[in-house]
Design a protein. Structure first.
Ligand code: EPZ
Length: 419
């Protein structure tokens, strides 16, 4: 069993090169199946979720070569259209392979991804959208059995909610479909833009508008391409929360600051000094944070749900009371019980968390149950007085590349113990 051990209460100072975005890399890896060519993808983070995506690519018949952060995918040998439960279960977001396998082979058989620790994660918007594109879809015995039955024609799909995954699946299923597909109320997360940039570099014709409209003009054949995955905005926000909690100063490199511009003012509200240019952010903190008052998670460009948990750790030691409303996922407060073991004063009413900031937390033995909740426990432990032990770090490893090495580089007393 592994644990992350942290001796908290130390200021953090230094520089971190932020990893590539997990939530960009995963749909881009899935998209390589569509291209029937060779894709070279740089800045791909070393994460267990990326390992899971590569396993699916190999199963489908792709040749995959990995050299550090560069993944080369030759998808000319794709023959398979079924993804077994054993591979689907590895990573919930494997549902994004549905659009690419369907787009490439005309068929797809996957097991339903099911829920996860943060919510039921329904896929009704994915399936209803693919049906609008002409797919016939059967759901039986826990399997999703699809085939692209009808002849293509121009289609407009208006999403009732700007679902990131559904937007990605529509783009993938439509990229090689005759005619024009227009998505209205599409997700506007930066990862959608990065996926479109990757596909367009292979010859696709995808236009991502600023008001949530995406236009896809189907093409016949793609060509080889090369792409660099954008920096991970959530990892960046997590490390900024850590320094805002512990005090100190950090420079983050290799980020697209524009992707989280709307969040940066919150650190200044907390009392941090923040400076940024297009690809670096500098944050310093010399005092106890001030309460953030009111955070509501929203689809992009609103406050990102994936940053809710790390910000709750910041609120937990802030001066004053903060309110956090989680509007996106129905059970994304699993980190609260663990934060209270560290001395946090948090009350939950449905989707609303009321956080009474305390002067300091104390180290404790806590357990991570999901990716961003686990990251929040690391942030809290760095600020807490004394030793903390964070069990089940495998959840954290899904989205944070070598988290202890990164934090050690800026002065954290942190290591991983295997017993
Ligand atoms: C993506 O998940 C991200 N995952 C999530 O990051 C992120 O939290 C989420 O977008 C929102 O930004 C990846 O990109 C791999 P959604 P996704 O479809 O696509 C409801 C992390 O920590 N919904 O936008 O699953 C759904 O229940 C992960 O890195 C339907 O009702 O998000 C949820 O309430 C966690 N029906 C809301 O929409 C559907 O068919 C947002 O889901 C699809 C979604």
């Amino acid at each position: 069993m592994q644990s992350i051990i942290i001796e908290g209460g130390r200021q953090l100072n230094g520089e971190i090169d932020v990893q590539g975005s997990k939530n960009s890399a995963l749909p881009i890896l899935a998209a390589t199946v569509l291209l029937d060519s060779v894709s070279v993808i740089h800045n791909c983070p070393l994460l267990s979720d990326v390992d899971a995506a590569v396993a699916i690519l190999t199963h489908l018949g792709c040749k995959v070569e990995r050299k550090s952060h560069t993944v080369t995918v030759d998808s000319r040998g794709v023959s398979e259209y079924r993804i077994p439960d054993s591979l689907m279960r590895e990573m919930r977001s494997s549902i994004v392979f549905l659009g690419s396998v369907l787009g490439r082979t005309g068929k797809a058989v996957l097991t339903s991804p099911g829920g996860c620790e943060i919510g039921l994660r329904p896929i009704d918007l994915h399936l209803s959208s693919l049906r609008k594109l002409g797919a016939s879809i059967d759901e039986r015995g826990g399997e999703i059995i699809c085939s692209m039955a009808q002849k293509a024609e121009n289609t407009v799909i208006s999403l009732s909610f700007p679902s990131v995954g559904a937007t990605e699946n529509i783009i993938l299923a439509a990229a090689f479909r005759n005619g024009r597909t227009v998505i209205l109320n599409a997700a506007r997360e930066p990862e959608i833009t990065d996926l479109a940039r990757f596909l367009n570099s292979a010859g696709c014709r995808i236009e991502v508008g600023s008001e949530g409209t995406v236009i896809i003009d189907g093409i016949k054949k793609a060509h080889d391409c090369e792409h660099r995955v954008t920096g991970d905005r959530i990892v960046a926000l997590t490390y900024l929360c850590a320094v805002a909690c512990t005090g100190g100063a950090v420079r983050l490199n290799k980020v697209n600051t524009r992707d989280f511009l709307s969040v940066l003012p919150l650190y200044e509200t907390a009392g941090c000094r923040v400076k940024s240019d297009s690809h670096t952010v500098f944050l310093s903190m010399k005092r106890r944070p001030k309460a953030l008052r009111d955070i509501r998670t929203m689809p992009y460009p609103g406050f990102p749900t994936d940053a809710q948990a790390p910000f709750m750790s910041l609120a937990a030691i802030s001066e004053g009371t903060s309110v956090i409303v989680e509007n996106i996922f129905e059970s994304r407060f699993k980190h609260v019980s663990e934060l209270t073991r560290m001395g946090a004063k948090i009350k939950i009413e449905g989707r609303v968390a009321l956080i009474d900031g305390v002067r300091s937390l104390h180290g404790a033995c806590v357990t991570s149950s999901d990716l961003r909740g686990g990251a929040a426990l690391v942030v809290a432990a760095l600020a807490a007085e004394g030793r903390s032990e964070i069990n089940c770090p495998r959840h954290i490893d899904r989205g944070y590349e070598k988290i202890e090495d990164c934090l050690k580089m800026i002065g954290a007393d942190i290591y991983r113990e295997t017993r």
